[in-house]
Design a protein around this ligand. Structure first.
Ligand SMILES: Cc1ncc(COP(=O)(O)O)c(C=O)c1O
Length: 369
């Protein structure tokens, strides 16, 4: 299919690759008989969510209230807002709940449990609360052996607000081999099992035991006692996932379509019409590894050794390796750039040009909070 009709730069979503990636996770989780609660924050698209969830009323995860609103309006009914709660967000959470959505919120402090408890008493309502567990020391959450865990669970349980626990092994992104990721997946699961058994000793049981990141979801084994797995970037994949070894560059469904708009003959550089506004400034795992993205030809085949080495606002620069001549890339040549970090690149665009064998479609996406 010719992409020549498209204005550049724009964001391409390869539908077959998207579906393959979604099938891969679904197969893995079916194998372990554990529920999928996909994170919808990467693509922020109702059309994409339909494929990720199968049925929009299936469990999903979001990272902003904007996502919660948009996906609730589209028909999502069981949403985990997986970012620590602050008091000023509670009225809107209740609003969504009153529209028939179950919106699980997360917290990792006694202070949060107290203001949620007070809010529910004042408003004569119930919210579903999950305690965030720290499984890797990388971000938020409470360690399974922190005595505060029991204190937080008790205040929530006393008002019927406690649903369970959740953790996210963001540390998987720092792993250097697939074996390290497998070990991180075990560590992630062990942390929630440990927290759940400590709670059980105080007669507090967890209906929800939630884990997840794309690397640990795809490489994890067992999932004993885990009730659900949250993965997000698995649907599109990106160069971070490819560099971790979780996928191949060929599996990445997202790319920025760009045209060659100039040559710097002295330096043997191609100038593209995709700068950091189209690609984002995210350099991925290791600065310089992939520059601002890996270069593919119009059909999506990776061109070995070609990267967007630097980026201005609307210009990308590809330094051609020795032996490769600018004449291979006449002005107007279409290229695709694979993103370092899908969430960041997608956020630069208003929607996706969805390409499949013989069809083109447009899926809008949203941003904001
Ligand atoms: C709380 C939480 N759960 C799940 C995910 C999904 O992780 P990934 O993007 O690796 O699939 C994220 C991603 O940041 C997250 O913050």
């Amino acid at each position: 299919m010719s992409l020549d009709c498209l204005q550049t730069p724009c964001l391409l979503l390869d539908k077959q690759k998207l579906l393959n990636n979604i099938n891969r996770l679904n197969k893995q989780l079916t194998r372990f008989n554990v529920t999928s609660r996909p994170h919808l924050k990467t693509l922020k698209s109702v059309d994409a969510a339909r494929y990720m969830l199968g049925d929009l009323s299936a469990p999903c995860t979001v990272s902003t209230l904007q996502e919660a609103r948009q996906f609730a309006q589209a028909g999502c009914k069981d949403i985990t807002y997986a970012v620590g709660i602050s008091e000023h967000k509670l009225p809107e959470i209740l609003d969504l709940q009153n529209q028939g959505v179950t919106l699980h919120i997360i917290m990792d402090s006694f202070e949060q449990a107290q203001f949620v408890h007070a809010f529910c008493r004042e408003n004569d309502c119930q919210l579903s609360c999950l305690i965030e567990i720290d499984c890797d020391g990388k971000r938020a959450g409470i360690k399974p052996d922190d005595p505060q865990l029991i204190a937080i669970a008790k205040i929530l349980q006393s008002a019927g607000l406690f649903s369970g626990i959740l953790t996210h092994a963001g540390g998987a992104y720092d792993c250097r081999s697939l074996d390290e990721i497998r070990a991180m997946a075990q560590q992630e699961q062990a942390a929630v099992r440990d927290a759940a058994s400590k709670l059980q000793r105080h007669q507090i049981s967890c209906d929800v035991i939630s884990v997840g990141s794309t690397p640990t979801a795809l490489l994890g084994e067992g999932f004993d006692q885990v009730t659900e797995v949250r993965a997000g970037v698995y649907a599109s994949m990106d160069l971070v996932m490819a560099d971790l070894g979780v996928c191949q560059p060929e599996d990445i469904a997202l790319s920025v379509l760009t045209r060659v708009i100039g040559h710097n003959k002295e330096k043997n550089w191609l100038i593209l019409d995709a700068g950091w506004m189209a690609l984002s400034r995210d350099l991925g795992l290791a600065p310089q590894q992939n520059g601002y993205g890996r270069v593919c030809d119009e059909t999506g085949d990776v061109l070995p050794g070609l990267y967007v080495n630097s980026a201005n606002q609307e210009h990308g620069i590809v330094a051609l390796p020795e032996g490769l001549d600018l004449s291979h890339f006449t002005i107007g040549t279409l290229l695709r750039i694979l993103p370092n970090h899908a969430c960041a690149t997608a956020a630069q665009h208003a929607g996706y040009q969805v390409i499949s064998d013989d069809e083109m479609d447009y899926w809008p996406r949203f941003g904001g909070w």
